[in-house]
Write a protein that binds this ligand. Structure first.
Ligand code: ITT
Length: 203
């Protein structure tokens, strides 16, 4: 496989329409001095996520954005995988929020579908794809394991954060300081791999 290309300045398109993700990605990239521009600011369309895996959907979003903008583009496909639900909602995590992106309703659905079971194990998964306008693309995956709690707790973060307690912790991602989430999250773990590949350890 060819060596990873480095990001050496210029602008990076962040191929997400999710403001929660955009905020976290900007925070995670801040120490590296990369100028970023979001999909909405670039007027990029929201591609249909037809892939069967987190990686495939991340690649699809990153390639679409890189080709449309002429910039290197970073996309994140992520979700909550619940053990007792066979990994659901998984790649359909955003869809469980419906067109209204109502994650209070999505969390109630998780609780409903878990009724009558005792296994509360779940993981957050993130696949980051970095694509270039010439079609080159690479992916990096991160996961964090934990347990689900009901009712939801905390108003920080986004999506399913208020029901997820990471392994070894007591607070949900919705209750934690953003810096504490960034120290251990699925997104941060995928980012660490991307940073090592694209910015070098000393960056
Ligand atoms: P883009 O495709 O535009 O990036 P999206 O929200 O549709 O935005 P995904 O298809 O990757 O993104 O769906 C991921 C969903 O999984 C997201 O909407 C959240 O509900 C959930 N999710 C992902 N990461 C999360 C996190 O760190 N905390 C809480 N929920 C998260």
């Amino acid at each position: 496989m060819a060596e990873t290309r480095r990001i050496t300045g210029g602008c990076l398109a962040i191929a997400t329409h999710n403001p929660g993700k955009l905020r976290e990605i900007a925070e995670l990239l801040r120490p590296y001095g990369v100028e970023t521009v979001g999909a909405a600011a670039l007027g990029l369309p929201e591609p249909e996520e037809t892939g069967a895996t987190f990686e495939a959907n991340a690649q699809l979003k990153a390639l679409t954005a890189a080709r449309a903008s002429g910039l290197p583009a970073l996309a994140d496909d992520s979700g909550l995988a619940v053990a007792a639900l066979g990994g659901a909602p998984g790649i359909h995590s955003a869809r469980w929020g419906g067109p209204e992106k109502d994650f209070a309703a999505a969390m109630r659905r998780v609780e409903r579908e878990l009724a009558g079971t005792t296994d509360r194990r779940a993981s957050f998964v993130a696949a980051l794809a970095l694509a270039w306008p010439d079609g080159r693309v690479e992916t990096f995956r991160g996961e964090v394991h934990g347990t689900l709690v009901f009712p939801p707790r905390g108003t920080r973060g986004f999506g399913y954060d208020p029901i997820f307690v990471p392994e070894g912790g007591r607070e949900t991602f919705g209750e934690m300081e953003p810096t504490a989430k960034h120290a251990i999250s699925h997104r941060a773990r995928a980012f660490a791999k991307l940073i090592a590949a694209c910015f070098g350890a000393a960056a």
